[in-house]
Design a protein around this ligand. Structure first.
Ligand code: ADP
Ligand code: MG
Length: 690
């Protein structure tokens, strides 16, 4: 099907189209599959007296009178504006953050219309950061209102309006993708019903059923693609067999430490693959710091000894440069130059790099994924090492290897996944695991604290910096994007936090800011300064999650820890404790949700990534599927890897029996399905690479 651009909709010109593209919406199909994060029922007609008695959980729209002038309290981390409001039957308090100007706009005695949720706990009625409604906005909204993930310059109202336009013509748009027999056999609703329902549900139950249907489809095609590829991969002959293990032996002898037993086992599996009859397709799992890089370096050397090229592909430029630096020093004794190909290099440098790769002057190289995108040619590519977010299928191998010279594939994953899920998720690969850490690794002391500990924590940070150490401060957002109904009121954003800390910390402490919206060159510069110690406190979003390595950093502060997944927090924690100094991880959270607190406490108590992953898998109920998107590993739109694990197993079983009957999907009855699968893989590649 030809993709229809989002620009056909009313209200979307080239400029809006760009803001939509930033959140992954380019086509009508993208818009339809931009799913609600949660649903709210708005409106009440209740008096404050009734609100006090009923304590409704859904957002309320109320028309109230200001009982006094607003007050701004500037002592906290964030300026807070308070208002006392009443309606004759009772009174309540409303609080806003970062909006001191409200005080000038509103006076005692005026009528104000607010829309927000009643905050739980506390004695009186409190509305945290309610939206202030305009005079023409209704106080009653019928039905369930979807709340969407937003981006800069995009409001709920705008997205809801666009969806209304698309839902009108839905039948023509939302083609069925699951074969009819399977729909009937599994008792699934049609795709167009599911899409209509998920955007306009009558009840939460209906919305959940629709989500399950869409999750089924995602999992089904994901499984089909992976297992189909595995079938193909098993047929790919090994065109790059090893010739000797001399270099690997020499390399190990030159290391200042012996490999751990796990590292040895995994290396043996890898070398065995590359000596065997088929191309390698192997995943290595292991916590941050477990020593995967050294093992990958061995695999690269073995391949280079056979005269073939070995490349590492990194998702970001920061990471690429880091791999480049560490491999350069590891391969130094062999007199091997490690090439680099990264986005921020000049056109001339890139051209030169390409020439060296195509002429085989570089046996080893590191690049960002642009490396493949721009169609680099290799003289003789034998091995590609990537990380988990960037798996390459058989067809991508062809792109990489040119002329069908399928290279060996080695995927490194620092996200430990319970075995039960790993064999399904990575169904197209052989799996190895490094479970034990190298000896002498120190324990990172971890704590969960709330905002009241702020002063003490900052004093501790200053002390660490005074003794020469460095710290990370991680925030969930880049900068506050205007409050919306249903948004969490007091989420710390990196930009604001960096500014605040620079003011509050002792003079002489340099605070830096790093986030994903910065240009690669800027990011690079900030990272360099942090590495050199010119910046002592690095405030960032999760861009540092992947692989940043500064062994002098001993403190990891995570703001709004409740907004992160456990696996992600565990990864963040792995950024410290890389040197000889005692390291700490402090999780800030004001959440009062006991389940979330328990989860965060579990993380603070446990160092083993595999245990954390298993805990996560056990504890997440289906109820958490909405609004709690999986971070880190694979992102599904409707499905949740953890909460929907049974569904993943079910689709796995269906796909296996399908492919047992028709391994290469050659039957005429399966042609439609095969096209659908290829389209799915194509779309996913696009999402992955962008
Ligand atoms: P990963 O890539 O899994 O995060 P690395 O390979 O970067 O881990 O290793 C982390 C640190 O541990 C590096 O400084 C590395 O030199 C060291 N290391 C790796 N293997 C061993 C080992 N067997 N014994 C001691 N130190 C090791
Ligand atoms: Mg590493």
């Amino acid at each position: 099907m030809k993709a229809t651009s989002i620009q056909v909709l009313k209200g979307v010109g080239p400029k809006k189209a760009r803001t939509l593209e930033a959140i992954g919406i380019r086509t009508l199909e993208d818009l339809l599959t931009h799913l609600p994060r949660e649903y709210v029922r708005i409106g009440s007609g209740l008096s404050l007296e009734e609100v006090r008695r009923k304590r409704p959980k859904e957002p309320l729209a109320l028309e109230l009178r200001l009982l006094g002038d607003m007050e701004v309290d500037g002592n906290g981390r964030v300026p807070r504006t308070r208002a006392r409001l009443g309606d004759g039957t009772g009174s309540c308090t409303a609080v806003w953050f970062h909006m001191p100007f409200l005080k000038q706009r509103w006076r005692k005695g005026q009528t104000i219309r607010i829309l927000g949720r009643l905050e739980e706990g506390g004695g009186g009625l409190v509305f945290l950061a309610p939206r202030i409604l305009g005079a023409s906005e209704p106080l009653e909204y019928p039905g369930l209102t979807p709340v969407y993930p937003l981006g800069k310059g995009i409001t709920q109202t705008f997205l809801r309006g666009l969806l209304s336009q698309v839902l009108e013509g839905l039948e023509g748009l939302a083609r069925e993708t699951i074969p009819r027999e399977l729909l009937a056999q599994e008792g699934l609703m049609s795709r167009s019903d599911a899409l209509r329902t998920i955007h306009r549900p009558d009840s939460l139950e209906a919305a959940e059923a629709a989500r399950q249907r869409l999750a089924f489809e995602e999992f089904f095609f994901f499984q089909l693609g992976a297992q189909f590829e595995r079938g193909l991969a098993r047929q790919v002959r090994n065109l790059h067999p090893l010739e000797s293990r001399n270099w690997v032996t020499r390399f190990q002898e030159g290391l200042p430490f012996p490999l751990t037993p796990d590292q040895k086992t995994v290396l043996e599996e890898i070398l065995g693959d590359m000596e065997g009859p088929h191309a390698m397709n192997r995943l290595v799992q292991g916590d941050v710091g477990s020593g995967k890089t050294v093992v990958a370096a061995c695999a690269m050397l073995a391949m280079m000894e056979a005269g073939r090229q070995a490349v590492v592909m990194a998702p970001t430029e920061v990471l690429a440069r880091q791999h480049h630096a560490s491999l350069s020093s590891l391969f130094g004794p062999f007199g091997l130059e490690v090439g680099l190909l990264a986005g921020s290099m000049t056109a001339k440098e890139k051209k030169e790099a390409r020439t060296r790769l195509s002429e085989g002057k570089w046996l080893a190289a590191v690049g960002t994924h642009a490396l493949v995108q721009d169609g680099v040619e290799f003289a003789s590519l034998g091995l590609v090492v990537t990380d988990e977010q960037h798996r390459f299928g058989v067809r991508q191998r062809e792109v990489l290897g040119g002329k069908g010279e399928c290279p060996h594939m080695l995927v490194m994953s620092a996200t430990p996944i319970p075995r039960t899920l790993a064999w399904i998720l990575y169904g197209d690969m052989d799996i190895s695991a490094i479970k034990t850490m190298p000896p002498g690794r120190q324990e990172i002391k971890s704590f969960l604290v709330d905002g009241s500990m702020e002063e003490r924590v900052l004093a501790f940070l200053e002390k660490e910096v005074e003794t020469g150490r460095q710290a990370y401060v991680v925030c969930p957002l880049v900068e506050g994007d205007g409050e919306e109904e249903g948004e969490a009121p007091e989420v710390t954003d990196a930009t604001t936090r960096a500014r605040e800390l620079q003011e509050r910390l002792a003079p002489g402490i340099q605070v830096g800011l790093l986030h994903g919206k910065m240009r690669p060159k800027e990011k690079q510069a900030v990272m360099e300064r942090f590495k050199k110690g010119e910046i002592q406190v690095l405030v960032s979003t999760t861009v540092i999650e992947v692989g940043v390595d500064v062994s002098n950093a001993t403190l990891m502060l995570v703001e709004n820890a409740e907004r992160f997944g456990l696996a992600q927090l565990h990864q963040l924690r792995g950024r410290v404790g890389r040197g000889s100094h005692q390291s700490y991880c402090i999780l800030f959270s004001d959440t009062r949700n006991p389940l979330v607190r328990e989860k965060l406490n579990m993380l603070a108590r446990t160092a083993d990534g595999f245990k954390i992953a298993e805990y996560d898998l056990e504890r997440r109920g289906p109820g958490e599927a909405f609004g709690n998107r999986q971070h880190g590993i694979l992102e599904f739109r409707a499905g949740d890897l953890w909460a929907d694990a049974p569904l993943m197993r079910e689709t796995n079983r269906l796909v296996r029996s399908l492919l047992e009957r028709d391994p290469l999907l050659e039957a005429p009855a399966h042609q439609e399905l095969k096209r659908e699968m290829l389209a799915y893989m194509e779309r996913n590649m696009r999402q992955i690479v962008l």
